[in-house]
Design a protein around this ligand. Structure first.
Ligand code: IPE
Ligand code: IPE
Ligand code: MG
Length: 267
């Protein structure tokens, strides 16, 4: 299986059911600072190692057949970090996008960003514009970076836009339902979130995709982000496949549904 075949543990790969993959996986890439600290390196070295870790996961996700991968790269709250760390992080980000552009083009990956892009420094905005433009027709997978992102702000801005449309008369109160609300979120064109991964052992969601995670499976690992490899993604996918997603109904109803789908297929 090309590059990923080499990246992945064959024993684990054989256990994976290709029919039961999540469409949309999101990752809170946490632990860069602690990774650096444990090696007596400056925090920025952790962010560089973190950017390097993204490659293997993107390639594996794409080759395994995940349709959308969303990576939490910088939160609105992260602007409160020391200026020197932010400045260096922005440079790492800009370099990452420029470096990855060729690979995204080769691998048919569409580049996307969610968050308040206008907060970002000009060179980063320019890199984003170029990468979006040059990958806009790609279809194998959509890679979304959440940058200057806050889920509460995303929900608030959706509410504001809906209120404005209501005021202008282009929308009526009865039309406001879950589907319309979702159309006003940054993630409007992405599939439903199936699996949320957080690295570094923290058991919190830090203002990420709050609306979208309503029925996502959550997976926490102690591995620090710079150490996270394609195999770790595979382990998360295997765990996802062991879960029973009931969406509020009971197991018996789920197996009845599976049986009736099975008999429909046989007809
Ligand atoms: C995640 O790693 C990257 C960003 C938030 C930008 P951290 O920088 O939060 O690493 P820790 O949590 O301090 O180890
Ligand atoms: C969440 O990590 C944001 C990103 C991974 C970009 P943080 O390290 O900022 O989260 P907290 O502060 O531990 O909640
Ligand atoms: Mg952190």
């Amino acid at each position: 299986m090309g590059k990923t075949g080499d990246l992945l543990d064959q024993g684990l790969l054989e256990q994976l059911d290709r029919e039961k993959l999540p469409d949309h996986v999101a990752i809170i890439m946490d632990g860069n600072g602690r990774w650096a600290q444990s090696r007596s390196l400056p925090r920025i070295a952790g962010h560089r190692a973190g950017a390097d870790a993204v490659d293997g996961v993107v390639t594996a996700g794409r080759e395994l057949g995940i349709k959308a991968l969303t990576l939490y790269s910088f939160s609105v709250e992260n602007w409160r970090r020391p200026k020197t760390e932010i400045d260096m992080l922005m440079v790492v980000l800009e370099e990452y996008i420029h470096k990855e552009l060729e690979r995204m083009k080769q691998e048919d990956i569409r580049f996307n960003v969610i968050g308040r892009i206008s907060d970002l420094p000009l060179p980063v905005r320019e890199a984003i514009r170029l990468a979006r433009e040059e990958t806009r027709h790609n279809e194998a997978m959509v890679l979304t970076l959440a940058l200057s992102y806050s889920a509460r702000m995303e929900i608030l801005s959706a509410a504001q836009r809906i209120a404005q449309e209501l005021q202008e008369g282009s929308l009526s109160l009865e039309e406001i339902d879950e589907s319309l609300f979702e159309q006003h979120l940054y993630t409007a064109d992405l599939p439903e979130l199936d699996l949320l991964i957080r690295t570094s052992g923290e058991m919190r969601v830090s203002n990420f995709l709050l609306w979208q995670m309503a029925y996502a499976e959550l997976y926490f690992t102690k591995t620090l982000w710079p150490d996270f490899r394609a195999d770790d993604l595979l382990r998360a996918l295997l765990e996802f496949q062991r879960r029973e997603r009931r969406f509020g109904i009971i197991s018996q109803q789920l197996s009845d549904q599976r049986q009736s789908i099975g008999s429909l297929r046989e007809d």
